[in-house]
Design a protein. Structure first.
Length: 397
């Protein structure tokens, strides 16, 4: 790491007061917000206190537009392609609700998809007779794009739904190859980028996805309770919209007619938390300013973490795939929750997960629960080493 990087690290940590008291390795859950994000939210809340919610929102209009522009810049899009929603799951639900799927229709997904996405697909299966086809994995892990292409040869396939990075694994799936296959067949592609935003460079149009869902609280370092949905120009031009559209997404023009919003607002609800939207915009600007150096540092720290954890006999690393992210998962061969609580008592934040978070993947690995550690660019090498040493000490007791 170069000296300029150390200077930037000092600035990032100065903007992140929590780093003075805790080693935060739970960025895949909710990262520590930088001060500009906190200030954007609190300043608007103070305006609501002084002026009223509607009145403060009217004044914040230009700042809200700027927030949309910043989020769009993160994913290589324009303002018209961004819908602000409560979280990534809500974004996925809105995207899914754009399609009138019925008996005999097939949705292709992967074995490593996020639990909420799988639950939604199973609900479509049980309530509407939609079939689920899970593409095969590569030997090293991750979806096999060639098998996706094979499945898309069936005319009954109407949709592809996939997670870029699973919640229970640092594996990065080859979604660009999946998007290419979808474009070739004209099949809509919904991509869950929840764990990717803020730790990978993203060009959503180049990925070939029609929708990309994300949340603010993870590696993007935004506030909780807000996320966004990228909607492609193709999806907008095709007139796709969610079943439960409201007055934000359409205008009631005649007793039995409505006119869709021309942009991604058709996927929004009229009521949203303006302060959180401003915080999301501040987080997007902070991420854009941090740039590629921050992305590289996150990956570097995760590699260091995997290397160090590999030296603990009681720890079995779970991450697979040819490309891995800033999420590091391990099996401790015991219940991870007491260890999580013990780590937290020493000022080290991690998270844990059980089989129900990823039934297929966990069963294949023969694991019932695991510990997840997810560093970010504002962490130090010393923090990573201290976390590993503390974990080793706890496991030796």
């Amino acid at each position: 790491m170069t000296e300029p990087a150390r200077d930037r690290l000092a600035a990032w940590r100065a903007d992140t007061p929590g780093t003075a008291q805790r080693i935060h390795l739970n960025n895949a859950g909710a990262a520590l917000m930088p001060l500009p994000v906190v200030q954007a939210v609190t300043e608007h809340l103070n305006a609501e206190v002084a002026l009223g919610g509607y009145e403060a929102a009217d004044i914040a209009g230009p700042a809200v537009d700027a927030a949309y522009d910043a989020v769009a810049g993160l994913v290589g899009a324009r303002r018209r392609n961004i819908a602000v929603v409560e979280n990534a799951t809500a974004a996925m639900a809105q995207a899914l609700a754009s399609f009138d799927l019925g008996p005999g229709d097939i949705v292709v997904t992967s074995n490593a998809d996020y639990v909420s996405n799988q639950l939604m697909l199973m609900a479509l299966r049980d309530r509407r007779g939609v079939a689920i086809a899970r593409a095969a994995d590569l030997p090293q892990g991750g979806v096999d794009a060639a098998d996706v292409r094979r499945l898309l040869g069936d005319d009954r396939v109407k949709l592809v739904v996939m997670s870029w990075i699973p919640t229970n694994s640092g594996m990065v799936q080859d979604v660009a190859a999946v998007g290419e296959a979808c474009l070739a067949r004209g099949i809509p592609f919904i991509l869950d980028g929840c764990q990717a935003i803020g730790q990978l460079s993203i060009d959503a149009p180049a990925l070939g996805c029609d929708f990309l869902a994300a949340t603010g609280r993870k590696f993007l370092r935004g506030p909780r309770g807000v996320g966004f949905l990228f909607v492609s120009d193709r999806a907008l031009d095709a007139g796709w919209y969610p079943l439960s559209i409201d007055l934000r997404g359409a205008t009631w023009t005649d007793p039995d007619r409505f006119e869709l919003a021309s942009d991604a607002r058709r996927f929004e609800n009229w009521e949203f938390a303006t302060g959180l939207v401003l915080g999301l915009g501040a987080a997007a600007r902070y991420a854009l300013d941090a740039g590629a150096e921050a992305l590289t540092r996150t990956a570097w720290l995760a590699d260091r973490l995997r290397e160090r954890l590999g030296g603990i006999p009681a720890v079995h690393r779970l991450d697979r795939g040819s490309t891995q992210s800033g999420i590091v998962t391990v099996d401790l061969r015991r219940d991870p929750y007491p260890i999580l609580r013990a780590l937290r008592a020493t000022g080290i934040n991690t998270s844990a997960f059980t089989r129900s978070a990823a039934v297929i993947d966990m069963d294949r690995k023969g694991v019932r629960a695991g510990l997840r550690l997810s560093p970010h660019y504002y962490n130090t090498l010393d923090e990573v080493d201290r976390a590993v040493d503390t974990l080793a000490s706890l496991l030796a007791q």
